[in-house]
Design a binder for this molecule. Structure first.
Ligand SMILES: [Zn+2]
Length: 309
């Protein structure tokens, strides 16, 4: 069974956008998360983008093609030797002179030097900022299954990129965290609403639906638990009250107190039905609940009047 994160990435990889500005922003984020720049002869550049997700590899290839230009791409699969381990897919942009233009457009190359830290030029429009985050999730994101604890993260080896993603999400009002883990930097969301808002924002509609279903199941389960707890508490109260009533009826018996008829039948009924609630006893004797309360209070007062011991 594929991980939930894989399912979300597959869903995102199927999306298509009209706007070329957003396609460029998404490609830039994908490449920043998972690509290295390669160098060819005569100062030419190329790219190697590696992912464990076939749909993301295809998406990257498709986005590279949509940039146009005369670039040559190849895709290679390295099958995992371990069972149940994902294959590695590498999208390669063969080093050639036209690649420099693409790298410039993506903001990786500025004034003939490499820029690996900031993409602010691509993030001027709101539509592109969302596309960029969608790309970042496909390139290095992960999210827990909604039935588990809420957690979504974007992982990158670059501090600059981690910082950029953190800032971007913070400005959008997300309660985002930023930390490091071994060699990596992790930007994460830990609240259910934030995780759902993020997925909704990047248009992972099926994932959002899965979260909503899981959340409903959780809520119903909590409601049932509350009801059961409430019933248990009421039951306990009945048992406690009956226990006290039995105690003073027994004291009255031991002291051989002669009770008026109404109180005597009440005491006998209580002794016969130690588990019954007060309303049940009232029904058995054909009196009102307040009448029953009154009789029990009387019995208690009589017992309390007895000398101790
Ligand atoms: Zn855009």
């Amino acid at each position: 069974m594929p991980s939930f994160a894989t399912e979300v990435k597959n869903e995102l990889a199927r999306l298509n956008y009209e706007q070329s500005c957003c396609r460029t922003a998404e490609l830039a984020a994908l490449l920043r998360m998972g690509a290295t720049i390669t160098f060819g002869l005569r100062r030419t550049f190329g790219l190697n983008f590696t992912t464990k997700n076939a749909a993301v590899a295809r998406k990257t290839l498709q986005l590279l093609k949509s940039e146009g230009g005369n670039i040559r791409t190849e895709i290679t699969v390295r099958r995992s030797r371990q069972l149940n381990k994902n294959n590695n897919y590498t999208v390669r942009v063969v080093p050639a002179p036209p690649v420099a233009e693409l790298l410039e457009k993506l903001g990786f190359l500025q004034d003939e030097s490499l820029n690996m830290t900031t993409d602010m030029a691509l993030l001027k429009k709101a539509c592109c900022r969302v596309a960029y985050l969608r790309g970042a999730f496909q390139g290095g994101g992960s999210v827990n299954r909604p039935e588990a604890s809420y957690h979504l993260e974007l992982v990158t080896g670059s501090y600059g990129l981690g910082n950029l993603l953190n800032t971007l999400l913070k400005r959008m009002g997300f309660p985002v965290g930023f930390t490091d883990r071994k060699e990596d930097y992790v930007v994460y969301l830990k609240e259910g609403d934030a995780v759902m808002d993020f997925l909704a924002m990047i248009q992972a509609d099926e994932a959002v639906e899965a979260f909503e279903v899981a959340r409903n199941v959780k809520e119903v389960r909590e409601q049932v638990n509350r009801l059961v707890n409430c019933e248990t508490a009421n039951l306990q109260k009945t048992v406690d009250a009956a226990g006290r009533q039995l105690a003073y009826i027994k004291r009255l018996q031991e002291a051989a107190v002669k009770l008026p008829a109404k109180l005597r039948v009440t005491a006998e009924m209580r002794l016969k039905h130690p588990d019954a609630s007060l309303s049940e006893l009232a029904d058995m004797l054909g009196v009102s609940k307040s009448g029953m309360n009154h009789r029990m209070r009387k019995l208690r007062e009589l017992a309390e009047e007895l000398p101790d011991g």
